[in-house]
Design a protein around this ligand. Sequence first.
Ligand SMILES: NC(=O)c1ccc[n+]([C@@H]2O[C@H](COP(=O)([O-])OP(=O)(O)OC[C@H]3O[C@@H](n4cnc5c(N)ncnc54)[C@H](O)[C@@H]3O)[C@@H](O)[C@H]2O)c1
Length: 341
Amino acid sequence: MFAILEQSDIQEIHFRRDADSGLHAIIAIHSTKMGPALGGCRFLTYDDDNKAIHDAIRLARGMSYKAVLAGVKQGGGKSVIIKPANYDPEKLFTRFGQFVESLNGRYITAIDSGTSAFEMDIIANQTRHVTSTSREKNPSQFTAQGVFEGIQAAVYHQLHTEHLEGIRVALQGLGNVGFALANLLHEAGANLIVSDINPTRVKQACESFQAEQVQANAIYDVECDVFAPCGLGGIINPETLSRLQCSIVAGSANNQLATAQEGRELHQAGILYAPDYVINAGGLIYASMHHASEPDEHIHTKTAEISQTLSEIFEHSKTQNKATSEIADELAEAKLSAISA
Ligand SMILES: NC(=O)c1ccc[n+]([C@@H]2O[C@H](COP(=O)([O-])OP(=O)(O)OC[C@H]3O[C@@H](n4cnc5c(N)ncnc54)[C@H](O)[C@@H]3O)[C@@H](O)[C@H]2O)c1
């Protein structure tokens, strides 16, 4: 286990099992150097426990990198609850809230795939170290806004146009972020090709945004300007990469690259990749700054800085002929190591 922690430079990992509620939860904390670790709570089914542990670890590190490049005073953390076949949400998330509380504020939880304000409200009865409850705005709106502006920056850099009118965007995943992003893109005049494993979401997107639909696995083959992954991670992998017919990959999903190698290969293929943890920082910015009672205008200003950071990464990638994913990692690591422990 320590080898795994060392590999990802993880500071702490906590486990909680509760037989009564069926809770099997993991909280990974990458670093608290910049402040309490903040990161969402995933509630998904996993084939085996190791996959859940790896998810928590990888995502926690991404949160540190995300926070330091977004300029918010948080460390990186993530939690995963392995979704049981049968469960009472009130009981399960009450126990999880107690787990979060037991860490005395070193970890602050938030929504992520599989959780919503409903679960956060249950957690909030047990701890104040929680964001994105129903008393707050949905952070996904801020994530979508940041991704939208990041796509604009990528299109400007790669296609030399300031407008999204007529730009073809293949959007994978129409959940909290994907659907809000589709709305913004549609309003800006982009043409959408969408996929989701949930047919209801696809139908809604087709009706609302005059989007074309493709089967979930066919989204990689769509000829487009931008491929926007907004579902789950690991979708840029040896099987999918050679199929991509886009100029830009820019979406909200965390850990889009299966390995660092795919980042290099995208660069070699001339596809501009907007590093996931940079472009999708809007939700973290909102959660962090709202938790610290900062006014909305400061939150919007900070969210708008995402596209500036991306533009700098794109420029460095061009001048150094290096993958954007490597440039972003180097930038985040340099900033993190400049902060004293
Ligand atoms: N919500 C946020 O503010 C936020 C912030 C940063 C990063 N993210 C990341 O963005 C991604 C989406 O987040 P979300 O909150 O919208 O999650 P969500 O669970 O609301 O939506 C995910 C959507 O993807 C769909 N999906 C799953 N597998 C798919 C597949 N193979 N093909 C097509 N669609 C598929 C699901 O049916 C669902 O509609 C996740 O990777 C999440 O970690 C979200």
